[in-house]
Design a protein around this ligand. Structure first.
Ligand SMILES: C[S@@+](CC[C@H](N)C(=O)[O-])C[C@H]1O[C@@H](n2cnc3c(N)ncnc32)[C@H](O)[C@@H]1O
Length: 218
């Protein structure tokens, strides 16, 4: 009888998370991301959802040139770095504890002339939102940020605050639990939501959300 004591894909995933750095190629550059799972946990490793959304932005030719982008729950910063390399002005945010590693990765991977286009800033969902321009962004990006039920209302409030009727929200995620689906239902209550991509090999979905058209405004 064949014994399969572990799921080899899951094990490979865990090994990736425990590496002290990982390398990617986007926008014709090698990006070297420092990781620190042991000290900082989920915020300090690159999740597949981030890599899939970076690939989507680049391969689909999403036009970020000169656009104002904010990334929520940026973790190590890969997605924000790639958005900057693709031409955007990016506010790259996460909770306070994640910021030193995030800042180090952004500095190490952006050439000096692009550094002014990437600003790392604390944003804990639902808190101090007045520090961020209401409706002031063309794109809101988030990779693997749908996973903590207790943050769902705060995350929605944050999206509401940052979004105008022109803003495009792109969220990439693996839907691991029923609660993740529940968040999508909550999102659908406020925004028009459409799945725009599914990467079967990584089991990562990308959803696009925009403010619902208010028929009274037409
Ligand atoms: C699974 S990690 C994803 C990190 C990164 N986006 C990626 O895909 O590699 C989730 C991220 O959400 C952040 N996060 C969790 N709760 C948060 C909150 N209440 N406010 C802001 N960020 C939060 C974590 O610090 C972490 O960086």
């Amino acid at each position: 009888m064949a014994l399969v004591p572990y799921d080899s894909i899951a094990l490979w995933g865990m090994q990736k998370l425990h590496k002290s750095s990982s390398a990617y190629t986007f926008a014709n550059r090698t990006i070297q991301i420092k990781q620190n799972w042991n000290q900082l946990g989920v915020a300090a490793v690159v999740w597949d959802a981030a890599v899939v959304l970076c690939t989507f932005l680049e391969m689909r030719g999403i036009d970020l040139q000169g656009s104002l982008v904010i990334e929520l729950g940026a973790g190590t910063g890969l997605l924000g770095i790639v958005a900057t390399l693709l031409g955007a002005h990016v506010t790259i945010t996460d909770r306070k504890a994640a910021l030193p590693l995030l800042e180090a990765n952004v500095q190490a991977n952006l050439p000096a002339e692009l550094q002014p286009r990437a600003v790392v800033k604390e944003l804990t969902w639902g808190q101090d939102l007045a520090n961020f321009s209401p409706g002031g962004y063309d794109f809101i990006l988030g990779a693997d940020i749908i996973y903590l039920e207790e943050t769902f209302m705060d995350l929605l409030q944050t999206l509401d605050h940052l979004c105008s009727d022109q803003t495009v929200i792109l969220l990439s995620c693996r839907l691991r639990y029923e609660r993740d689906q529940n968040f999508l239902e909550m999102l659908r209550g406020r925004f028009s939501v459409r799945e725009v991509f599914y990467d079967a090999s990584n089991d990562v979905h990308i959803f696009k959300a925009q403010q619902k058209v208010q028929y009274g405004d037409l």
